[in-house]
Design a protein around this ligand. Structure first.
Ligand code: ADP
Ligand code: TYD
Length: 233
């Protein structure tokens, strides 16, 4: 089995203290994810951050989960359409993890290896919360499977927080047809919100909590500043 855990910066000059002063201007690849409840503005901010980094001369890859590779996009359709009760949480864990494995193998790792920042709309934190903490306590199973099959975390995660009622009406207004989870209702979204807030607290180094109840451009300014600091640009 191919080990996906290889750190993206392995061998990068910025990891060598002796060379640090010479390489200040160099950027390092960075794996950035967006998380939060449905309709909170993740896709919007992922796109805006990608555009911003492009304007700063970088070549970021924007991607999403579930999906982001041809095989994973096929699994996406199974997961996001149809009856809300179509899959148990346990089956969802397996399907999301299968999609993620393909996405990491085929899309994320190759881009990081080329030195490109990767901006991903949702990743393993979504499985931890949507499957791990809404329909029974399955968090240990999610974490175990993640360790065995994925084995890598983002370098930086923006968790966009906002009122679930407002986010749900924003999300459902899109009528994307991929709204199986949105049809699980408001109490489900409230549970998700608390899960994401707890996650941000548990991982203060990696996770940045963002107030999503503001104009898009204002949110982007905050996110871009954080990303630039992490990228040292
Ligand atoms: P998510 O990816 O979290 O589901 P989206 O980025 O698709 O959220 O946004 C959901 C809807 O809300 C879209 O119609 C989008 O245009 C709108 N939207 C996104 N950000 C904001 C914002 N800061 N204020 C108002 N509406 C927003
Ligand atoms: P997405 O298009 O990201 O939804 P939204 O734009 O509404 O936030 O669709 C992904 C849906 O799948 C979303 O409802 C969250 C859910 N999901 C999980 O339940 N577990 C996961 O691991 C992932 C990646 C997504």
């Amino acid at each position: 089995m191919v080990d996906l855990r290889q750190p993206p910066n392995e061998g990068s000059p910025v990891d060598t203290p002796a060379q640090a002063s010479d390489t200040r201007a160099m950027t390092r690849p960075l794996f950035i994810t967006f998380e939060g409840i449905d309709g909170s503005g993740k896709s919007t901010q992922a796109r805006r951050l990608t555009d911003h980094l492009r304007s700063r001369g970088l070549d970021p890859l924007q991607t999403r989960e579930p999906g982001g590779s041809p095989g994973a996009e096929e699994i996406r359709a199974l997961l996001l359409t149809g009856d809300p009760a179509r899959w148990s949480a346990e089956t969802e864990i397996l399907l999301f993890t299968a999609a993620r494995r393909d996405h990491v193998e085929k899309t994320i790792n190759p881009a990081l290896k080329e030195g490109r920042p990767v901006i991903c709309d949702r990743f393993a934190d979504s499985t931890r919360i949507y499957q791990g903490a809404t329909r029974g306590d399955l968090r240990a199973i999610v974490d175990d499977l993640h360790t065995r099959m994925i084995g890598r975390e983002p370098d930086l995660t923006f968790i966009i927080d906002m009122d679930p009622g407002e986010a749900l009406s924003r999300g459902l207004a899109r009528r994307s047809g991929e709204d199986r989870f949105e049809h699980m209702g408001l109490p489900f979204q409230e549970t998700l919100r608390h899960g994401f807030l707890a996650l941000a607290k548990d991982h203060p180094k990696r996770c940045v909590l963002i107030d999503g109840n503001r104009p898009e451009a204002q949110i982007t300014t905050e996110i871009a500043a954080r990303a630039e600091a992490a990228l040292a640009i």
